[in-house]
Ligand binder design. Structure first.
Ligand code: IMP
Ligand code: MG
Length: 187
C-alpha cells in the first residue's frame, strides 16, 4: 500500500456485503412505493460525480427493479471566506419533475453539498427524493439532514479514500476504503 495510507477501515468484502444489503433494501422499499403510486412513476438514480461512481456501479447491480441513471456534479468553492458554499458544475441530462429520485453519493461530511443538491432538485418538483450515502461521517456535520440509506457510519474525524473516494484526485481506484495518515491532509 501507499505510504500515505494508514489502515483499512472497510475491506472489499465488507463493502460488497453492505452494498448488496442496501440494494435489497432499496428494491423492497421502492417495489412498495411504486406499487402504491397511481401513475407508474419511474425511479431515477442521481449519482454525484466523481466520488460516487464506483458505489453507484455496484449498488445498481444490487437493485432489482427498473431504474434509470443520471449524473450531476457539484463542487465546493474552496473559498475560506464562504465556508460551505457550493456550486453546480454539471447538471442532470433529463427533467425529474414527477419522478422518484434516489440520490447516490459517496460521503456526507458537513452536509453542505447534500443540502445544496436537495434544494436544487426539490425546486424541480420530483414526486419523491431519497438519499443513499455510502459513508456517513458525523464529527464535522453542520447541517441537520436525514439520510434514508447509509452504508457505513464513521464517527472519528478521519479522511477516507478508496472505492471511488479521493484525496487530490488520488486513490479512487483502491478496492478498499482506507484512512489517510493524519499528517497527509491539508484542509
Ligand atoms: P460535505 O459537503 O462537507 O458534506 O462534503 C461532501 C463532499 O466532500 C463529499 O461528497 C466528498 O467529495 C468530500 N469529502 C468529505 N469528506 C471526505 C473524506 O473523508 N474523503 C474523501 N472525500 C471527502
Ligand atoms: Mg462527493
Amino acid at each position: 500500500m501507499h505510504e500515505d495510507i494508514d489502515y483499512i477501515i472497510f475491506d472489499e468484502k465488507q463493502i460488497q456485503d453492505r452494498v448488496r444489503e442496501l440494494g435489497r433494501q432499496i428494491t423492497e422499499d421502492y417495489q412498495e412505493l411504486l406499487e402504491n403510486s397511481s401513475d407508474g412513476q419511474l425511479l431515477i438514480a442521481v449519482c454525484l460525480l466523481r466520488g460516487a461512481v464506483t458505489f453507484m456501479a455496484d449498488l445498481m447491480r444490487a437493485v432489482d427493479i427498473p431504474i434509470e441513471y443520471d449524473f450531476i456534479s457539484i463542487s465546493s468553492y474552496g473559498d475560506a471566506s464562504r465556508p460551505g458554499a457550493v456550486r453546480l458544475i454539471r447538471d442532470l441530462d433529463r427533467p425529474i419533475g414527477g419522478r422518484n429520485v434516489l440520490i447516490v453519493d459517496d460521503i456526507i461530511d458537513t452536509g453542505n453539498t447534500l443540502r445544496y443538491l436537495c434544494q436544487s432538485l426539490l425546486a424541480r418538483e420530483p414526486s419523491t427524493i431519497r438519499k443513499c450515502i455510502l459513508i456517513n461521517k458525523t464529527p464535522r456535520r453542520q447541517v441537520d439532514m436525514s439520510i434514508d440509506y447509509v452504508g457505513f457510519t464513521v464517527e472519528e474525524d478521519l479522511f477516507v479514500v478508496g472505492y471511488g473516494m479521493d484525496y487530490a484526485e488520488k486513490y479512487r481506484n483502491l478496492p478498499h476504503i482506507v484512512a489517510l495518515k493524519p499528517g497527509v491532509i491539508t484542509r
